[in-house]
Design a protein around this ligand. Sequence first.
Ligand code: DX5
Ligand code: ZN
Length: 223
Amino acid sequence: MSVLLAPSILSSDFAHLADAVAAVERGGADLIHVDVMDGHFVPNITIGPPVVKALKRVTKLPLDVHLMISDPDKYIGAFADAGASMMSVHVEVLPHLHRTIYAIKALGVAAGVVLNPSTPVVAISEVAGDVDFVLVMSVNPGFGGQTFIPRSESKVAEVRALLDKAGNSGRVEIDGGIDTHTVGRVVKAGARILVAGNAIFGTADPERATRELKAAAMAALQA
Ligand code: DX5
Ligand code: ZN
């Protein structure tokens, strides 16, 4: 399975989003990761469907929308209409997770579930056969530029094993603190979608940073 790089625009200059997306596209990005925060589930507020819609107009890359919000059921329709290709929801806020997964799929969008660092893998065992992908948070969600939590590496492997057991070839995604130092470990553990914000947009040359991170990921895949 190939490895996909998903730059997170959270760390980009919001006044020049189209330029940010164009730069990582030139650098070989596979997806654009969009962090939606509501100030309730996480202590930060970011962007909503109108911005996703605007991004959709300026990129051909699939939009990977990460919903860090308390009531995702209320908004999945709006984000699907805005142009999301993939949408992930946090298991911590969803008592009817199975229903939400199928509601996302019914909109023609790939459905992912997200685990916070303190949420055990067993929380998704009953839906392991239903999801299109699983996102392992390797920082506590809310902000870019945080330090990778080492335990996340074995957690990726655990999720991979759970999906394999369910006969699900869906990808494991990892989000938080991914850079050229941590990328090799998580790819070896089984991560096949890599989110990176600060490591790309925190540099002077996001195009080059994208190219270098992708190369490091590919090298780890082939090692
Ligand atoms: C954190 C977000 C991440 C964030 C990652 O709450 O979900 O997608 O942008 O940023 P870095 O790569 O800087 O840790
Ligand atoms: Zn994210």
